[in-house]
Write a protein that binds this ligand. Structure first.
Ligand SMILES: NC(=O)c1ccc[n+]([C@@H]2O[C@H](COP(=O)([O-])OP(=O)(O)OC[C@H]3O[C@@H](n4cnc5c(N)ncnc54)[C@H](OP(=O)(O)O)[C@@H]3O)[C@@H](O)[C@H]2O)c1
Length: 340
């Protein structure tokens, strides 16, 4: 019997472990009434479960030590979360780091913070709003060289909205913004790496695939599906970059990290549940490791999807070369139509 790829994810192992423990302890308590449920034994048991769970949830570690003094790295969405940690790590390894953050003043302020946090690393901040093609172009025009492009920024929208250019917001920001940025920098990236931070959530895209008109979603907005579509498109993008141009492009799931800003616009009740579930997730540092792995490790595989610092099988839909090509063509068409 073949297990679904998501059964290989640390957060799934951790969840199963916790559920088994919960059910197990209820059964044991029901069968063995004399079970020594003293405070001491209960605390002991909880600590052991917590420690095992923590090591299951953490996943594999990748702590790069490579000297990258000669490299220029671009990180989008580096103000917070995974992007911020990656930018600090790149700067600590000696790279010249350019961060793309919304608002020029904010970008400069955050760049200063990251210089300090990386013990004097080189971090430059430029305004970048991926939900505006004109803004993406302005950002790209400032770039003279780049060796590693980490397409990390991303957002979740609960209700239907569109970008400045009239594209469904999650697809327009998470995929189209990064797609356009990569296109504009393509000539600088022939020997470089492009890393797309996708998500395990791409698995939920229905087998009919991506509807590029977003007509169904427009009428009855399914936020999770729209997010998943944008993340599937990012996997196709990496696959096609490698297939078309031989560029080392990678897509990845960073893990489940509950304490970033990603879920900030979710309803309060969902945020409370997410916080409670943080016990099955990773820290932001652990969540940055697969991005760093794809950016720096010789073991990462171009064109492939990664998770937990190794190559992983994505959904069947994500492996469809025909759909990857279609996604590329549709993205190009959409951008050309909007920038005319
Ligand atoms: N956390 C998880 O469990 C998880 C799981 C799977 C995948 N991911 C992916 O990992 C990536 C990083 O997420 P995170 O968890 O670190 O969340 P985060 O802290 O919210 O970071 C996302 C970053 O993207 C930036 N961003 C959003 N919209 C933007 C736009 N229009 N233009 C430019 N930047 C924009 C945000 O900037 P502002 O500060 O200006 O809002 C923020 O700095 C995302 O692509 C996310 O989809 C996360």
């Amino acid at each position: 019997m073949k297990l679904h790829p998501i059964f290989f994810e640390p957060e799934v192992h951790s969840t199963i472990f916790l559920i088994i423990n919960l059910i197990g302890s209820i059964i044991v308590r029901l069968i063995i009434h004399s079970w020594p449920l003293t405070i001491f034994w209960s605390c002991f048991y909880i600590i052991i479960v917590f420690l095992i769970n923590h090591s299951l949830a953490s996943g594999r570690y990748y702590l790069p030590t490579k000297n990258i003094h000669d490299k220029t790295v671009i990180v989008t969405g580096a103000a917070t979360g995974i992007g911020r940690i990656c930018a600090i790590r790149f700067a600590k390894l000696g790279a010249r780091v350019i961060i793309g953050v919304r608002g020029q003043e904010r970008a400069e302020r955050i760049a200063k913070e990251l210089c300090k946090e990386s013990d004097g690393g080189t971090v430059i901040g430029y305004d970048l709003d991926l939900s505006s093609l004109a803004n993406v172009k302005k950002f790209a025009e400032k770039i003279e060289c780049v060796d590693i492009l980490l397409n990390n920024a991303g957002g979740i929208q609960n209700t239907y909205s569109v970008t400045v250019d009239g594209i469904e917001k999650q697809f327009g920001t998470n995929h189209i913004g990064h797609f356009y940025l990569t296109q504009l920098l393509l000539s600088l990236l022939t020997n470089g790496r492009v890393i797309n931070v996708s998500s395990i959530v791409h698995h939920i895209v229905p087998s009919r695939g991506i509807d590029y008109t977003f007509s169904k979603l427009k009428n009855k907005y399914n936020s999770a599906e729209a997010y998943a579509i944008s993340k599937l498109a990012q996997i196709y993008h990496a696959l096609e970059l490698t297939r078309r141009y031989g560029i080392k492009a990678y897509s990845l799931h960073p893990g489940t990290i509950m304490n970033t800003n990603l879920n900030q616009f979710r309803p309060l009740i969902e945020r409370i549940i997410i916080t409670l579930f943080s016990v099955i997730g990773r820290t932001v540092e652990q969540g940055s490791m697969t991005s760093l792995y794809c950016a720096l490790s010789d073991d990462a595989k171009p064109g492939h999807y990664h998770s937990n610092c190794q190559v992983r099988k994505p959904s069947q839909l994500a492996l469809d070369n025909y759909r990857a090509e279609e996604c590329w063509n549709e993205s190009e068409k959409l951008i050309n139509k909007k920038i005319k």
